[in-house]
Every structure is written in structure tokens, then in C-alpha cells.
Design a protein around this ligand. Sequence first.
Ligand code: GLY
Length: 329
Amino acid sequence: MSRRKFLKNLGALGAGTVLTPLAAKLHSPSLLSPKKNHPIVISTWIHGMAANAGAWEILGTSGDALDAVQKGVAVTESDLTNRSVGLGGRPDRDGYVTLDACIMDHDSRCGSVAFLEDIQHPIDVARAIMDKTQHVMLVGEGAQKWALENGFPKVDYEVPFEEVQKEYEEWLIKSEYETDVNVENHDTIGMLAMDANGRIAGACTTSGMAYKIRGRVGDSPIIGAGLFIDGDVGGATATGVGEAIIRTAGASAVVESMRRGASPEEACYDIVQRLLKKHRGVEGMQVGFLAMNMQGEYGGYSVYNGFNYALRTQDRNEMVDSKYTRTWD
Ligand code: GLY
């Protein structure tokens, strides 16, 4: 059918008309005049407020969601007082700070970098891998070599910082991992944004679990675990104990739940229940998820209380507490 004839037929639909399912969908007032919930950006934890402000410089001027999430999480990477993201982060067991990050857009284009050392902005490296290579992920020495060859400078300061080094030396005495990620001890910035044109993108960056075994990589740079975007459905990102998120392909599972009709919050709830089922008897393992669908609706859910996220829209700029299943004793 020609477009003109199709539109004429659509215009002819009136009271008493029996609609076929497709025509009924096209005739739905909510679809003919969609509610505009974007631009919008959400990101994990309190550091998300400053990150959202960075992203908003692009979103608020009709810029692209992909550029916005890259700029947004780079704000957190630049904050050298942050102990879970960027080069101010806590080191691995051998005393080295290693960084993980990834980025993804509505067309499933993505880039990722893991086990990267001495480069200030792993998110920019991840974006450059996406834009300039046919690969998705580079790690370790090879990733650093590629970054240096592609114009990313090695930082000229010593990491870990003195204060972080001191803490690490104290930790070495007991050598116990901390998995009770909470508002005081948060990890990872994961960000989801939808721009004025309705395009969605996400980014995730971290220095990983404090005092991890050297070489350990968590969920944050793994597409489908720490971050997943599907331009037909929406996106999700994760924070918390990366091993649990990888085991359940967390962010991908959230997006697949939304594909089957779950709201963003329901989808986050579902993956938290699955994750708990797979870790029966495990205490103190905090994981939180954020999700956004293509209507710009959003939600979060976590294993334990204490997970919150930053929200920025045209009208709102605030922290939101996520719902949860368990409480810390
Ligand atoms: N969620 C960050 C990590 O486990 O490395």
C-alpha cells in the first residue's frame, strides 16, 4: 500500500470501526502522541550526580546519548578522591590500580577495555576501540600499548596515591576482601542515557573490587554483564560484586526481561531474585541494577538496602533510593 493510501485509510478510522490488531496499535492515542520522557540520564551512586551534570551538558543541548554517557562517566574518572573509579581507586593485591570500562550505543556498537594501567580515562579508550578498530575489547598490556599509540598519554603521577597505599598496607595485614558494597563503600559508575532524539546509550567504568587478585576483571567492562543496550528494548547497567553479575549475564538478562514486557524495575527485581537463587547461603553480597526502556521509563533494584542512583531530567535532579530484597543486619 502506498504511504498516502495508508495514511488516508488511517485517517478514515472513526467511531464504530472494527480495528485489526495492527490498526488498533497504530490508532492507539498513546502511540500517536507518545509521552516524551527524554532527555534523561540515570547513574549509580552519589557520584552519579556530578556525572549526570557532565552528561547533561550534552543531553540538554540536544546532543547524542553516546557522547553524553562518555562525558558523564569521565567526570567520575577525573575525581581522584573517588576510591572505586579511576586512578584514585584502590589497588589490587599486588598494589597496582587497574581499570575496567565499556560503552555501548543503540545500534549495538560497543567498545571495552580491561586491566588497563596508568591511563586516566579508560572510558575514552573504550570509545576509541569501538570507533577505530574492528574489535570490541582490549585488555592489559596490549590495551595500554594501543592506547599510547592512539594518543592517550600515560599519567605523570604515581598511583596508588599515598593515602590509598597506606590503607592497602593496613589491609595486607588481614587480607580480607570486602564485598559489602554500600553507600559508603560504593563501586562502579554505570550510566544510562536517552537523548532528545530518543537514542539510548550506556557506559560503565571502575577500578574494580578493592585488593582483587592481580589480573582479575569484573563485570564492568563485560558487555552483557555490567552493561547492555538494545535500541529496540532499552538498556541496563550493574554495580556491586562483579562475579555474581557475570555468572548471571546480569545486564543482558535485565534487557531480555524488558523485551518480554517487564517494566525496568520489574526486570531489575527479576535478575536480583535469579542472582540470589544462584548464590544460596551467600551473605553480604551487594549487587544493584539500573534499567531504562525506550519510553524513557527507568528503575532500579538491589540485593541489599543502601543502593541509590542519580536521576536527571528536564524537571528533576536528585538521588533515588532503589528497592531491595534484604537488609544489612
Ligand atoms: N562491579 C565492579 C566489579 O566487580 O569490578
